[in-house]
Design a protein around this ligand. Structure first.
Ligand code: PLP
Length: 349
């Protein structure tokens, strides 16, 4: 492992030797013609894992979200989401641009909405108002700090959605982290949702890919939209093989990332420069706020980078650290000692 400790994101991992071998050995065909056997295998495996009828391979989580929104909703309708979710903040307004949808972003502590909030936000049948056509949740919640949606909250939200005949979509980019940390199976987490996906390219360590799952009817529609969005791909078996390898070898090890995130969070919480909500450190993400009057997040980021520790900016006074496959215990220990060296109060002489 190099002396560079990159905690910016779990997307920066490079394929392991075993994954590279699996990719090179993949049987492939033209997937637009429906002839890639490895992509089909992965799609079937993920559908089964998530307890849905069908799965569909995508190049990114963003495309999964955007296609799912467009597949569920009529242009001019409104989708409910939380103010900090990825779809609202990091997908370039794609829901309105590509799907013709208005997002109604609700305040939610640590990204977790309540059933009562959703019920209240659902529009009445009024000629002046857009119809509520979709509910979007995110699990784990990235800007919430990797927080896990409580299953009971999801169940209550799903009851409201069903009662109002509104589809429910899960941005489950890191739902496998949620599964490993909570003990609920991926199928249990996915069950209340009409559509759900997870990323292979984050904690699972693949170079590319996400798989969306839902009913056969929904996935058939999503497949047409994926083509329209430019996501019809050819010999993707090479990428699907990485996904199959990750499902065999990289799921249980997510617990190690979670353990390391906790060690990191607890060590940083002892430094007076940082304030950390330890209750939110539930998976592989740590959000650290820089406490005034100390410097802003950008100068902390630059000072750390000079010492070989890389973190993301998550606001003027917030940095994000993410543990992953390419940072081991030694890397975490080194990162902690660099944080201590830079930010422990100097002894009074
Ligand atoms: C919660 C969440 N959803 C969606 C995405 C988008 O995934 P991608 O980068 O594959 O488009 C991300 C990426 O970080 C994410 O954190």
């Amino acid at each position: 492992m190099s002396s560079r400790i990159d905690l910016r994101s779990d997307t920066i991992t490079r394929p392991t030797e075993g994954m590279r071998e699996a990719m090179m050995a993949a049987a492939v065909g033209d997937d637009v013609y429906g002839e890639d056997p490895t992509a089909q295998l992965l799609q079937e495996r993920v559908a089964q894992l998530l307890g849905k009828e069908k799965g569909l391979f995508f190049p990114s989580g963003t495309m999964c979200n955007q296609v799912a929104i467009a597949a569920h909703i009529q242009p001019g309708q409104e989708a409910l989401c939380d103010r900090n979710c990825h779809i609202f903040n990091y997908e370039l307004g794609g829901a309105s641009w590509l799907g013709g949808v208005q997002l109604n972003a609700l305040d939610a502590p640590n990204g977790i909405l309540s059933a009562e909030q959703i019920e209240e936000a659902i529009r009445p049948d009024d000629i002046h108002e857009p119809q509520t056509g979709l509910i979007l949740l995110e699990n784990t919640h990235n800007r919430g700090g990797g927080t896990i949606y409580p299953q009971s909250t999801i169940a209550a939200i799903a009851d409201v959605a069903r009662h109002n005949a509104i589809p429910l979509h899960l941005d489950g980019a890191r739902m496998i982290n949620a599964s490993v940390a909570s003990g609920f199976s991926p199928a249990e987490i996915a069950a209340p949702f009409d559509s759900v996906y997870f990323c292979l390219s984050k904690g699972l360590g693949c170079p590319v890919g996400s798989v969306l799952a839902g009913s056969a009817r929904f996935i058939d529609r999503a497949k047409r939209l994926r083509k329209a969005f430019g996501g019809g791909m050819r010999q993707i078996g090479f990428l699907a093989a990485a996904g199959l390898y990750a499902l065999d070898h990289h799921v249980d090890r997510l617990a190690e990332d979670h353990r390391r995130a906790r060690i990191l969070a607890e060590a940083l919480a002892e430094l007076e420069v940082f304030s950390i909500n330890l209750a939110c450190v539930q998976t592989n993400i740590v959000l650290a706020d820089i406490v005034p009057p100390h410097q802003n997040a950008a100068s902390v980021q630059a000072e750390l980078a000079e010492q070989g520790v890389f973190v993301s900016l998550f606001g003027r006074r917030r940095i994000r650290l993410v543990t992953h496959l390419d940072v081991d215990d030694n890397g975490i220990d080194k990162a902690i000692s660099i944080f201590k060296k830079l930010y422990s109060p100097s002894p009074v002489s």
